[in-house]
Design a protein around this ligand. Structure first.
Ligand code: NAD
Length: 348
C-alpha cells in the first residue's frame, strides 16, 4: 500500500481542532499518512519571530502536498498575509472551490454541484495600485491579465473537467466592457475549449453569471474565471451550498498542492471544540483524490454526507439551520469527527 508524507500546518484559532478532526477521518480510511507538522502564523511568530518560517516552505517543497488550518491575518498592519506569501513563493496559481449540497443543510437549492476554478496570481489582485496624489483624491488599481496565466488556468479547468468526469466548463469574463483583459481571457478560453470536444463549453458575462447562479445553479458545472470574479463567485457558490462550515478548498501549482478550508480562524471559538470540522475534512477528501486515492475519498464524502443527513451528531452551525432546525443538541467538533471517522471505518 502507498504511504504519503504530507505537510500539515495546524494553523491559528480553531485550526488545530479542525485539522485534528481531519487527521482522525483520513487515518480511518486506512491510507497510510506521515504528517510533517510545521507551524505558521501566530504560533510561529511567537516562537521563531516570523509567521512564515523557512521550514514551512522547505517542507512543502519536499513533500509537494500540504494541508493547513486557517491562519489569522492582522487587519491594517502587522505582518503580510501568510496565505498570499505562500501562493507567491510557491507559485500556487489555481484556486479550486467545490460546492455541493448535502441533504440536511439548510439551503435554497437541493441539487448544487459546482466547482469554481479561479486564476489566483494576477488581474485586479496583482498588487499594482497607487494613490494619484497626496490628497488621496483618486486611486488606481491596475488589472494585469497575461496570455500565459490565462492559458494555464483554462487548461487546468478543462483537464479537471476530464479527470473528474464533469460535463461542462463555463468561462466567465466581462469582455464586452473590458476590451483588453476581458477579451484576452475570452479568446484564450475559446481557443483552449476546441482541444476538449468531449466537454461542453459556454461563456457568461460576470453580471449575468451572478444572476444565473442565484436563479438556476443546477445548470452549471465547472466555472473558470479570473481572480476577483472568481473570489466573489466562489463565495456565492459556497453560500448556495450551505456556507463556511462545509466548504473545502485547494490552491494548486505545477508541482505543489495545498488544501485548506475556506473559512478563517474564528478566534472567538478557539479551543472550545465547537466548530464544524467538515470544511477541513472535505479539504482532506480533495487531497485524497489528488493523491489518486479515489475510493478512500468517496468513503470520506459518503460518511460526511450520511452524518449530516442523519442529523444526530452535528455541530452548532448545522443544528441552527436546515432540516433539524433547533431540535437537536449540538455536538462538539471532536464528536462529529468521531462519528464521521466511525462511518469511514465501517465502509471499508
Ligand atoms: P472566519 O471564517 O474565521 O469566521 C467568521 C464566522 O464564521 C465565525 O465567527 C463563525 O461564526 C463562522 N465560522 C467560521 N468557520 C466555522 C466553522 N468551521 N464552523 C462553524 N462556524 C464557522 O472569518 P473572520 O472572522 O473574518 O476571520 C478570522 C481570521 O481568519 C482573520 O484573521 C482572517 O484574516 C483569517 N482568515 C484566514 C483564512 C485562511 O487562512 N485561509 C481565510 C479566511 C480568513
Amino acid at each position: 500500500m502507498s504511504s504519503y508524507t504530507v505537510t500539515l500546518i495546524p494553523g491559528d484559532g480553531i485550526g488545530p481542532e479542525v485539522t485534528d478532526a481531519m487527521v482522525k477521518v483520513l487515518e480511518a480510511t486506512g491510507v497510510d499518512f506521515e504528517w510533517d507538522v510545521v507551524e505558521a502564523g501566530e504560533k510561529a511568530l511567537k516562537r521563531d519571530g516570523t509567521p512564515l518560517p523557512q521550514a514551512v516552505i522547505d517542507s512543502m517543497k519536499k513533500n509537494k502536498v500540504a494541508i493547513k488550518g486557517p491562519l489569522t491575518t492582522p487587519i491594517g498592519g502587522g505582518y503580510r498575509s501568510v496565505n498570499v506569501s505562500l501562493r507567491q513563493m510557491l507559485n500556487l496559481y489555481a484556486s479550486i472551490r467545490p460546492s455541493r449540497t448535502i441533504a440536511g443543510v439548510g439551503t435554497l437549492y437541493s441539487n448544487i454541484d459546482l466547482v469554481v476554478i479561479r486564476e489566483a496570481t494576477e488581474e485586479l489582485y496583482s498588487g499594482i495600485e497607487h494613490w494619484i496624489d497626496r490628497e488621496h483624491s483618486a486611486a488606481e488599481t491596475i488589472s494585469v491579465v497575461t496570455r500565459k496565466a490565462s492559458e494555464r488556468i483554462v487548461k487546468y479547468a478543462f483537464d479537471y473537467a476530464v479527470s473528474e468526469k464533469r460535463r461542462k466548463v463555463t468561462s466567465v469574463h466581462k469582455a464586452n466592457i473590458m476590451k483588453t483583459t476581458g477579451a484576452l481571457f475570452q479568446e484564450v478560453s475559446q481557443k483552449i475549449a476546441k482541444n476538449y470536444p468531449s466537454i461542453e463549453f459556454e461563456e457568461r458575462l460576470i453580471d449575468n453569471m451572478a444572476m444565473q447562479l442565484v436563479k438556476n445553479p443546477e445548470a452549471y458545472d465547472v466555472i473558470v474565471t479570473t481572480n476577483l470574479f472568481g473570489d466573489i463567485l466562489s463565495d456565492l457558490c459556497a453560500g448556495l451550498a450551505g456556507g463556511l462550515g462545509i466548504t473545502p478548498g485547494a490552491i494548486i501549482g505545477d508541482d505543489i498542492a495545498l488544501f485548506e478550508p475556506v473559512h478563517g480562524s474564528a478566534p472567538k471559538y478557539a479551543g472550545q471544540d465547537k466548530v464544524n470540522p467538515v470544511a477541513t475534512i472535505l479539504s482532506g477528501e480533495m487531497m485524497l483524490k489528488h493523491l489518486g486515492e479515489r475510493e478512500a475519498a468517496e468513503r470520506v464524502w459518503n460518511a460526511v454526507y450520511d452524518t449530516i443527513n442523519e442529523g444526530k451528531v452535528i455541530t452548532y452551525d448545522l443544528t441552527e439551520g436546515g432540516r433539524t432546525a433547533n431540535r437537536v443538541k449540538p455536538s462538539k467538533c471532536s464528536q462529529m469527527a468521531d462519528e464521521i471517522a466511525g462511518k469511514v471505518r465501517k465502509s471499508a
